[in-house]
Every structure is written in C-alpha cells, then in structure tokens.
Design a protein around this ligand. Structure first.
Ligand SMILES: Nc1ncnc2c1ncn2[C@@H]1O[C@H](COP(=O)(O)OP(=O)(O)OP(=O)(O)O)[C@@H](O)[C@H]1O
Ligand SMILES: [Mg+2]
Length: 469
C-alpha cells in the first residue's frame, strides 16, 4: 500500500474540550476513506489538523502528497465573480498583472468538469448554496492534489449533483488520488467508501470495510442501535393554522395554495429551483410577493413583514443557517433566546439544548460549535419560541443520524400539542417519512399532492413534470 498520509496519536484540545484524543489515520493512494461520526465527534478538527490549520497538542503526521481541502464552511467571497473565486489566491498572472483573459478562458473548463452551468462573470453571492458548493469543488479539483479532503460537500447538494460528485471522486480514486470524505448520508458511504474510520467523542473506535451495513455504522458511531429512522406520530388534523392562498411572485412562483392544519406535518418536495424556499421566505415575510394571501390561525399577515409574522405565531428555520439563522459571535444561549428574548426561563433553554443533544455549553460562542451542532441551535431557537406554525427549510442538513431522530421527535411533540409544521426538504425519505401529506412543486407551481406513504418514484414523477405555460 502506498501511504500518502500517516497520522498517529493526534490529540487536540480547545480549552476544556478534548476534540481529538489519540487518533490514528492512514490515507492510502487510490482509496476513498470516509470519516464517520456524530456531530461534534471531531471530524472537521481532524481535517484541520491534517491541513495544518490547527497544530495538534500531541501526535505526528507524515505526509507524502500535496493536499487540497474543501472545508465544511464555504470559503468563497460573495462579492467576487465565479471566475475570480475559482482562482482566488492563485490568479493567473501575465507580466505581473492578473491575466483576466486567461482566467475567463479556463473558468468554463473547470465549471464543465463539475457540470455547473453558470456565467463565470456572475457574482457568487447571487448563486444558490449548492452552486457555491460546486464552485468550491471545482476549485479544489484544479489543484491536482495527491490527497483531496471533502468535509460534508454533499450536505447542500441535490441528488443529481451528489451523483456527479461521487462519480468524479471514483475517477480520482482510480487515478491514484487518496480521498477523505465526510458525510452523514450512509447511502453515499455505501456507494463510494473503501474504508470507514468511525470517530466517537474524539476517538477512533473502529475502521470498517466497504461492505459495512448501515446498522453496523450507526451502532459504532452512536453507541446504540436506532430502531426507527422516521418515527412520525400522526395526529387527527384540527383547524387550519397556516393558509397560503394563490401566492404569486412573478417569475419565481405562481398561484401557490397550501393549507396546514393543527397537528399536521405537510411536506414540500421538489427539485432545487422549484421555488420551495422562495415560497417559505415569502410566507414568513422575508421576501415580498405580488398576489395572494398568507394567514396564520385565520389572521391574514401583512406582506413582507417578518415581525408581523412572528407576532402572529409563525416561525421559519431557514436553509442558510450562517446567513440567516445564527449570530455566530453570540453564545449558544443568546442565539437560542433570539426569538423569545426572555432570559428568565433558563431551565427551558437547558431543556432544549439537552433534548437536541447540542454538544457545547450555553455560554460558548456558536462559532466554536461543530457544523451540525450549529444547525441544532437554529432549530432549538424556534422550538423554544413555540410558534403555532413552524416552517422548516432543510432542517437536518449536516445533522447526524441520531440527532435527526431527536429532531423528528421534537416535531412530533409540536404536532401533539396542536401546532402545525411545514417541512421543506430535499431528502426524499425524510419528507416522505415525516409528512402526513406531501405537496410537490415544479417550476414555481404546485405539481400535485400525495398522501402519506407515497413512494420516492411518485414524488419524482411530479417533481420533474413539465408544466405547460
Ligand atoms: N475553534 C474551536 N473552539 C472551541 N471548540 C471547538 C472549536 N472547533 C471545534 N471545537 C469543538 O471540538 C469538538 C469537535 O468539533 P468538530 O467540528 O471537529 O466536529 P465534527 O465531527 O466535524 O461535527 P459535525 O458533524 O457537526 O460537523 C466539538 O465539541 C466542537 O465544539
Ligand atoms: Mg464537521
């Protein structure tokens, strides 16, 4: 075996937190090596130690290859163009000047490699989060490194994009590149992994082979089996709590009508670009719309007024947690209280942090938490506010298998208390498994509705349907 990286006994503390505790890791040429573990297990910290961003407190690293890393948190500059971001810190130069012609010539090539169809001159900040992720990937691929590390690249990707990325990864492996791949999606692991190192509480608790079953992976990472992945407990629906009627934003979505009753979870499925997030944002008052009405518990909401929406009892967990969901420099506790703004009731705060198994102290700045734990804080904030209607947009992105089930249990608890949930999700098993009915959107319109127990094929058939103009 040609070993590209040999790490031994890696230990890393952050204050009182022991993020890594004597971890050994070998990366071979021509393998996809998966790092698997719960939120906060130490995966990203290990990546940052390998990349030289953190120096370990103990341990050694022997490296025999150049390294390219795609970090969990995107490192693009939103104000710059796609092409500029692709060549950030390594702009092609000619006679000492940035060679824009060369940049423009090479950018389309790189974009084609990852199958991304965007204008190289477009501003990165105007692109969707999945497209931004593909740009990061294109940039890393261009470095032609011996070892490529990908920290949860698929968390924000669609199925099609994920397929493409997994194929690119397999090609690189066949060319002798060593890949380190982090994901919480066990199906992806089964598709590409050659070996799986499982981390638990900063320790490596085992290295599995490519034929490991999901049950085996879960037991090793969580320390216990998980019986039911989608434990939806249905309620008898009550009065309509959320009524969206004929909602239209020209060129974005048209004539959307969705009703969610007390005790219900209604899912919204569809392809990226179908308009799901846009409808959620408009209903919550973040964006304006041209026609239609949104009412909570019978009370019509003022258009484009988030404060009015919150007052009426509506909540939204946004898909982009960093941009819209969190104040990164504030503490976990302060973030949890952002909506309720009532710090008298500290016990509920600890209760929510405990139920979601947020790994981190409430006095700790959110930016010190692992990615998945940050996501749990966004959800916790809204659960604490206890709105009548909660819209969840991709709530379990980057959340580990065990914590997902905790979030589903909290959704069950909300609906058992007569609240209503609108669940926007690209994760088909999730949206099917946790919704009482699923509305499928395509091209900015409602393409159809499916009852509980729908199949993935039925959802996809509606999602890809062409709607006549
Ligand atoms: N800069 C930091 N300061 C303080 N604590 C940190 C810092 N970075 C990480 N930690 C802590 O180290 C532990 C491991 O975090 P890490 O980000 O490596 O987890 P992870 O396995 O990548 O989780 P996730 O699946 O959520 O991304 C966590 O308890 C986290 O809060
Ligand atoms: Mg991480």
């Amino acid at each position: 075996m040609n070993t590209l990286i040999a790490a031994r006994g890696i230990t890393k503390h952050f204050g009182a937190t022991k993020a890594l505790d004597g971890v050994d890791l070998d990366i071979f040429a021509g393998e996809v090596h998966v790092l698997l573990g719960e939120n906060g297990a130490g995966k990203s910290t290990l990546v940052k130690v390998l990349a030289g961003i953190h120096s370990p407190d103990a341990g050694t690293i022997e490296g025999h290859a150049s390294l390219a890393v795609i970090h969990q948190e995107l490192a693009l500059v939103p104000e710059l163009s796609v092409a500029e971001n692709l060549f950030l810190n390594r702009l092609p130069r000619r006679f000492g000047f940035v060679d824009r012609a060369e940049m423009r010539r090479r950018a389309p090539e790189l974009l084609r490699r990852v199958g991304l169809d965007v204008d190289p001159d477009a501003k990165v900040g105007d692109l969707g989060i999945a497209q931004q992720q593909m740009i990061e990937i294109a940039r890393a691929l261009d470095k032609d490194a011996g070892v490529l590390i990908l920290d949860e690249p698929t968390a924000v990707l669609t199925d099609t994009e994920t397929d493409r990325l997994l194929r690119i990864m397999a090609q690189l492996r066949d060319n002798g590149v060593g890949l380190v791949f982090i994901t919480h999606h066990l199906d992806e692991i089964q598709r590409v992994a050659d070996r799986i190192t499982v981390l638990r509480d900063g320790r490596s608790v085992g290295v599995l082979g490519p034929r490991a079953t999901p049950q085996h992976m879960i037991e090793l990472m969580v320390g216990r089996p998980i019986d039911e992945q989608y434990p939806r407990a249905r309620q008898r629906p009550g009065t309509p709590l959320l009524s969206i009627q004929g909602l239209t934003r020209r060129g974005v979505f048209e004539d959307i009508s969705i009703e969610v009753h007390a005790g219900e979870v209604v899912g919204i499925a569809g392809l990226v670009g179908a308009g799901r997030t846009e409808v959620a944002r408009a209903a919550f008052g973040v964006d304006a719309y041209d026609h239609g009405t949104v009412a909570v518990d019978g009370k019509p909401l003022r258009r484009h007024d988030v404060q009015a929406a919150i007052k009426a009892g509506l909540g939204l967990v946004p898909e982009d947690r960093k941009g819209q969901g969190l104040v990164l420099t504030a503490t976990v506790g302060q973030n949890l209280e952002l909506v309720t703004l009532d710090d008298r009731d500290q016990s509920r705060l600890h209760d929510i942090a405990g139920k979601l198994r947020i790994k981190g102290r409430v006095e700790q700045p959110v930016k010190e938490l692992s990615g998945g734990n940050q996501q749990k804080v966004v959800i916790g904030k809204w659960l604490l506010a206890d709105p009548k209607v909660l819209i969840l947009d991709e709530p379990t992105r980057g959340v580990d298998v065990g914590a997902k089930v905790e979030i589903y249990e909290l959704i069950n608890r909300m609906t058992a208390q007569g609240r209503a949930v609108l669940l926007v999700s690209s994760d088909l098993p999730e949206v099917i498994g946790m919704s009482d009915r699923v509305v499928v959107m395509a091209h900015g319109r409602v393409a159809g509705e499916l009852p509980e127990g729908a199949t993935q094929d039925q959802v996809m058939a509606l999602a890809v349907q062409e709607i006549p103009a």
